[in-house]
Ligand binder design. Structure first.
Ligand SMILES: [Zn+2]
Length: 248
């Protein structure tokens, strides 16, 4: 069967941070201070020099990786009764035929001819969010949270650690894109919607079991670009039209 590329669905989303978000960055570009765990930031040169300091963002790889890991606890590989996470003993699926492999790619499986359907962009803060950070965060774009362990005998705090976090009500914007090939079914799109729900019920970044990283996805609009039209035609569609795009 032909697997020609029919078009691409682009989900324009906002990610609203509901509890302090920590996606770890590298310490290389930071002067040595008291921070043990910094958050990942995009150098200001890549965004807008007027902002004057590096800007926290959400890497697409963090969203994609977490979504896949969560989906592998509910999705089964082709021909299996067991969910992927258990079937593969913690390794990502590499069957090359299930919905997860079609969307995210077969792990280390060079033999599959399935194209990878999913693209997740890096998500950058909205202007409103940068204004909020400037107003409330006293010269920085993150809060610093102090955490410690508790001495079981004395009940006192030990070993303080300093964690950078993106503050609640921050919003990031970007696209989740799903390429639609001939023969694809709407279940691929639905799997991504389920992945978003799973992510909202879990957490993004680190320390989720300690309250970090609760986020909400707000779907702003859905765009469909039909590559079979000359010139390519992009239009806004609503969720009910997705079935027609895939063809029943
Ligand atoms: Zn698979």
């Amino acid at each position: 069967m032909s697997k020609a590329l029919k078009g691409i669905i682009k989900l324009e989303c906002k990610i609203r941070v509901l509890t302090g978000l920590h996606i770890g960055g590298s310490k290389e570009n930071v002067e040595i201070g008291g921070i043990d765990n910094i958050v990942i930031k995009v150098p200001v040169l890549k965004l807008d020099e007027a902002i004057e300091r590096d800007v926290p963002y959400i890497p697409g790889s963090s969203i994609k990786g977490k979504m896949r890991a969560l989906l592998e606890w509910v999705e089964k590989p082709e021909g299996s009764m067991q969910v992927i996470a258990l079937e593969n003993k913690g390794e990502p699926c590499n069957c090359g035929r299930c919905r997860v492999c079609k969307l995210f790619g077969a792990h280390k499986n060079a033999k599959t001819e399935e194209p990878v359907r999913l693209r997740v962009e890096d998500f950058y803060p909205t202007e409103k969010t940068i204004d909020m950070w400037k107003k409330f965060l006293d010269g920085d774009f993150v809060e610093v949270k102090v955490e410690n362990t508790i001495d079981r005998i004395k009940g006192t705090a030990l070993h303080p650690r300093h964690q950078e976090r993106v503050i609640p009500f921050s919003e990031f914007t970007g696209f989740i894109k799903i390429r639609v090939h001939e023969g694809d079914r709407k279940e691929l799109f639905d799997t991504i919607i389920r992945g978003i729900q799973l992510l909202e019920d879990d957490y993004l970044g680190g320390s989720g079991s300690r309250g970090y990283g609760k986020v909400k996805f707000i779907k702003e609009k859905i765009l469909w670009t039909d590559y079979r039209k000359q010139p390519f035609e992009e239009k806004i569609v609503d969720e009910n039209e997705i079935a027609n795009i895939y063809g029943a």
